[in-house]
Design a protein around this ligand. Structure first.
Ligand code: C5P
Length: 469
């Protein structure tokens, strides 16, 4: 099968169907990929003279499905829908009023909905915003100014994580943005989070992939390391410099010293560097300056129930929406830090192939997965983590999030399969990706569910070297 042709045929079919509509309702996900994907699609459609309204949902499930209006607008699902076609069908939507733009596993139902999904064509490292961008470009080739939003969606959905940079069509999109001067691509940049906003020593200390003894989780050690190199760490206003601002030559000195430190401790330097994506048109020292931090800002909006604020930022609002998002980001970080400490202080329960914790009703279900993912690097790095949280709006349900590491994937771990199979066994529903997945399960089945997840993971680790994400 010619996979490139296959996906572009589907992209073209979705674009043509959309161009034939007068009015479209976009139903998108509340995370960075869903918000940037919605923003790409709504801008492309409005520019084509099509009326657009948008609905954001946390998950497509019977309760949230009710937010999909029962009217005569065309329904365009983004970053969700592929795995919930049964639900779309049960809701009474027919083939001629639906299109799906997604990158999740398909769950076919009786109906053959129009779909542009990169996953069946083998593109495992393209997000929904990436596919949305391909559709936008098919709607009008002038829509290339939307490339930065696709880069944010791709990076936000961790498409750059495994290979320390975007690959395939996601990388081509970034290069398209660079050709228009909208994206600055830095090759062999430092593989660190916070390159535009965090003082350099803090940025280095927060990084634990790879773990550098004396620097990771040790901001004092990181500062001493930098001071020894004799590199200026402040600007002329006495503000700490951020990585992005450090002159090229100094960045090289720091990078090679980090590599030496890692090698001296028997580490591997391959993950020390990555390709990073900056937005030169944005204000310096703000989270809007690079794809990773921009994605976190959007996640903060979405996960705290204000996805529209994120959408306004994607559309260029740098006033009210941006200020609101900054507050949400501060809050988002503070709560996640608190959750991280809660997990580490309370401790997890370890089974043979899994570690887990229940956080009761202390934290919202939209962020527990993020906290668990961060805790994983400070816990047993050999076993996936499972975190459970109560559902305040439905006490009979428990939300579960699962997180793994790249190393676990290499051993055959697939959390998407685990979440889907185990939740179905107990009458719940789940999905996601190999590295990050989630599910809703009946509260009464929590313990049996955990045991079953442990068994499934034990089975997967036996099948070493299975598939890709
Ligand atoms: O909620 P959480 O951050 O743990 O979700 C991780 C991944 O699992 C996301 O891609 C999300 O869409 C997916 N998920 C799912 N079904 C659920 C919960 C999460 O497909 N019930």
């Amino acid at each position: 099968m010619n996979t490139v042709m296959g996906l572009s045929d589907d992209v073209r079919a979705v674009a043509q169907e959309l161009l034939a509509q007068e009015s479209v309702t976009i139903i998108s996900h509340i995370d960075a990929d869903g918000i940037s994907g919605e923003s790409i699609l709504s801008q492309a459609l409005s520019r084509a003279g099509i009326r657009v309204t948008s609905v954001f949902v946390r998950q497509l499930e019977p309760l949230t499905m009710r937010q999909v209006p029962k009217d005569d607008t065309f329904k365009l699902f983004c970053d969700l829908g592929a795995g919930q076609q049964n639900l779309i069908n049960e809701y009474g939507l027919c083939e001629n009023e639906v299109a799906i733009i997604d990158h999740h596993v398909n769950q076919p139902c009786g109906r053959d909905y129009l779909q542009a999904n990169c996953l069946p064509f083998g593109y495992t490292k393209l997000s929904a915003a990436g596919v949305a961008y391909l559709v936008a470009k098919e709607i009008d080739s002038g829509n290339t100014d939307l490339a930065p939003l696709a880069v944010i969606g791709n990076v936000g959905d961790m498409m750059a994580r495994e290979d320390c940079g975007l690959t395939g069509p996601a990388q081509e999109i970034a290069y398209e943005g660079a050709a228009h001067g909208l994206v600055e691509i830095r090759k062999r940049d430092l593989n660190c989070y916070g390159i535009s906003t965090r003082p350099l020593h803090v940025c280095l200390s927060y990084n634990d992939d790879p773990f550098i003894p004396g620097i990771s989780n040790n901001s004092g050690g990181a500062l001493r390391f930098l001071q020894k190199l004799g590199i200026p760490l402040h600007d002329n206003l006495r503000r700490w410099l951020v990585w992005e601002e450090i002159p090229y030559e100094d960045r090289r000195v720091i990078s090679s010293a980090l590599a030496q430190q890692l090698l001296a401790n028997g580490g591997n330097i391959t993950r020390l560097f990555c390709e990073s994506y900056l937005f030169p048109g944005e204000r310096e020292r703000t989270p809007l300056r690079n794809a990773q931090e921009y994605a976190t800002l959007l996640n903060a909006c979405g996960r705290w129930a204000r996805p529209r604020v994120g959408g306004n930022i994607c559309r260029g609002d740098r006033g009210v929406a941006y200020r609101e998002a900054e507050h949400m980001l501060t809050n988002h970080r503070a709560i996640i830090r608190e959750l991280l400490h809660f997990i580490l202080d309370s401790g997890v329960t370890e089974l043979s192939h899994l570690q887990y914790i229940h956080v009761g009703n202390r934290y919202p279900d939209t962020i527990v997965g993020i906290g668990a993912g961060m805790a994983l690097s400070k816990l047993n790095r050999e076993k996936p983590i499972l975190i459970m949280v109560e559902q305040p709006e439905d006490p009979s349900l428990t939300k579960v999030s699962l997180r793994a590491t790249e190393q676990m994937l290499m051993k055959g771990c697939d959390l998407q399969v685990v979440a889907t199979t185990a939740s179905e066994k107990f009458g719940g529903a789940g999905g996601g990706h190999r590295i990050a997945a989630g599910a809703f399960i009946p509260r009464e089945s929590e313990q049996e569910f955990i045991q079953h997840v442990n068994e499934l993971l034990a089975g997967q680790c036996k099948n070493q070297g299975a598939g890709h994400r």
